[in-house]
Design a protein around this ligand. Structure first.
Ligand code: ATP
Length: 488
């Protein structure tokens, strides 16, 4: 079966259609479904299906290994979603976790006023209108500091004639502030004393555990604490599938450093995180972009975003922030507990500075779907293929007996069982072999092992590579080792 010379030919994509195709494929093949669909769904909420949950776990595992185990001085935690409500007063979320919103009176759609302005500045930069970009950017900077920020943002939107990106309409209301935290009541009574929040970020669970982790794990500055977990924000969502949701998952790491060393640390994390997407996930480098924040959050002294070129625009996937000593200082003030670190060798005392890397696993999932989607023609037949890195692919290998009955089927089932404890594999004996390859290509399975007549004699199988459709013979006893080597 030596057909190593099969040609793979790319078919040009229409970016507008890609999202529709992805949403449909995601549902049909069990990656992502609309939440509570039989009741008409719930806006901006989604469920991960069998393949989606497997793939999301792969993404999170890869992040976890890269951000904890690979670093001798980073450990992980899993903090609770609900915390003492004073945490959110200390962090500033109760008073200022607001988004400036603006409505379009004609279309009744709501937008983030700051996003409209930032996108406008970015577009000016992309169009090489540097002078205009600089002018608007400095207006924006002073508007962000203005006492009446709402009015200042509104003025920029009107003066620049900024239009809604999706409809082109510009029939704007005033700008208003909305708090993004979900509130709920703990205990039986709906009293204000029982009011708690669903965490809007995982970071605070790390800050409040600074001393617990430092002491229990005997950590010395610089050290990091990592966490993966759900976060909730009552945001305005304008579609784009799972890009922006009210319930989502963050993968965050807070790195505690000595004051004065934060810029150096920031630069090194910036490089490491950007390369991670390319080297570990295989994302197309040209689709990743840096965005430097001109307008900084109240806690930050430096901030960059890693953005990905989604079909609907270039959008944030991860934020890298130098958060100063703001959070620990605030918790010291509000809790009355000393948050200082004492350097045992120099006896210096200080509140550490924090460099944070904060990524969203759902946005990354979507980026991988978008980046991997490929339509090509192979042997004159059109196919859809998800070009996932083997580490990320939900199914690592498919075991396909040429005939389902008799010894061939048994041999294939045995191979499947042997592999299943170490790898996510699928057994498929339904339909022609070509159809089965297509089914696996569409979910991004990197390898298919076919058990055929010769396998009965030579105890070998044919391995077919997804991307090239190239095929080779391999001994059955070597399949496990083969897969292990491909998944490092
Ligand atoms: P945006 O500007 O897009 O609202 P943000 O700057 O508020 O994002 P951060 O607070 O820095 O985001 O959160 C870190 C990461 O968490 C983001 O880079 C993103 O991947 C993810 N994230 C934030 N909000 C959402 C959301 N509503 N849905 C999905 N992921 C999100």
């Amino acid at each position: 079966m030596g057909n190593a010379d099969k040609r793979v030919q790319s078919v040009a994509q229409s970016p507008e259609k890609v999202m529709n195709k992805l949403v449909s494929l995601a549902k049909r093949r069990g990656f992502i479904y609309p939440s509570s669909e039989i009741y008409g769904g719930l806006s901006s909420c989604f469920d991960y299906g069998p393949l989606g949950s497997e793939m999301k776990k792969n993404i999170k595992d890869l992040w976890w290994i890269s951000m904890t185990r690979k670093h001798r001085n980073i450990v992980g935690i899993d903090a609770s979603i609900m915390m003492n409500p004073t945490v959110w007063e200390a962090s500033g979320h109760v008073s200022s976790f607001n988004d400036p919103m603006i409505d379009d009176k004609t279309t009744k759609r709501r937008y983030r006023a700051d996003h409209l302005i930032e996108n406008h500045i970015e577009k000016l930069r992309r169009d090489a209108k540097e002078e205009d970009a600089h002018r608007v950017s400095s207006y924006y900077e002073s508007a962000s500091e203005a006492e009446d920020q709402n009015r200042a943002f509104y003025d920029i939107i009107i003066a620049e004639e900024i239009k809604a990106p999706d409809t082109g309409s510009a029939d704007w209301t005033e700008v208003r502030q909305f708090n993004l935290m979900f509130q709920c009541n703990m205990g039986a009574l709906a009293e204000s004393s029982g009011k708690v929040y669903l965490r809007p970020e995982t970071a605070q669970g790390i800050f409040v555990n600074f001393h617990n982790v430092r002491e229990s794990s005997r950590m010395k500055v610089p050290f990091g604490i990592a966490q993966i977990g759900k976060a909730f924000r009552n945001e305005i969502v304008k579609g784009n599938f799972i890009f922006r949701m009210v319930e989502f998952e963050q993968m965050e790491m807070q790195y505690f450093v000595k004051p004065g060393t934060q810029v150096e640390s920031f630069e090194s994390w910036r490089e490491e995180r950007f390369n991670w997407y390319i080297e570990r996930l295989g994302i197309t480098p040209e689709k990743l972009h840096w965005y430097k924040h001109d307008k900084l959050a109240h806690y930050a002294d430096l901030a960059y975003d890693i953005k990905f070129e989604y079909p609907f625009g270039i959008e944030e996937i991860e934020g890298i922030h130098s958060r100063t000593d703001f959070d620990l200082k605030q918790h010291q003030e509000f809790s009355g507990k000393n948050m200082e670190y004492i350097d045992q060798t120099t006896n210096e005392r200080y509140i550490p500075y924090v460099v944070e890397t904060s990524a969203g696993s759902d946005r990354l999932f979507l980026a991988l779907l978008c980046d991997s989607y490929t339509e090509d023609v192979i042997d004159g037949e059109q196919r859809v293929m998800m070009r996932f890195a083997p580490k990320i692919a939900p199914v690592k290998a498919a075991i396909l007996p040429l005939m389902k009955k008799g010894e061939m089927g048994e041999k294939a089932a045995k191979l499947r069982d042997e592999l299943a404890t170490d790898f996510m594999v699928q057994y498929d004996d339904a339909g022609s072999i070509g159809k089965r390859y297509r089914r696996q290509d569409e979910i991004g399975t990197p390898f298919c092992f076919t058990v055929d007549h010769d396998s009965m004699e030579d105890h070998s199988v044919t391995v077919r590579y997804r991307d090239t459709a190239k095929q080779e013979r391999i001994e059955i006893s070597k399949v496990k080792e083969f897969l292990g080597a491909k998944l490092v």
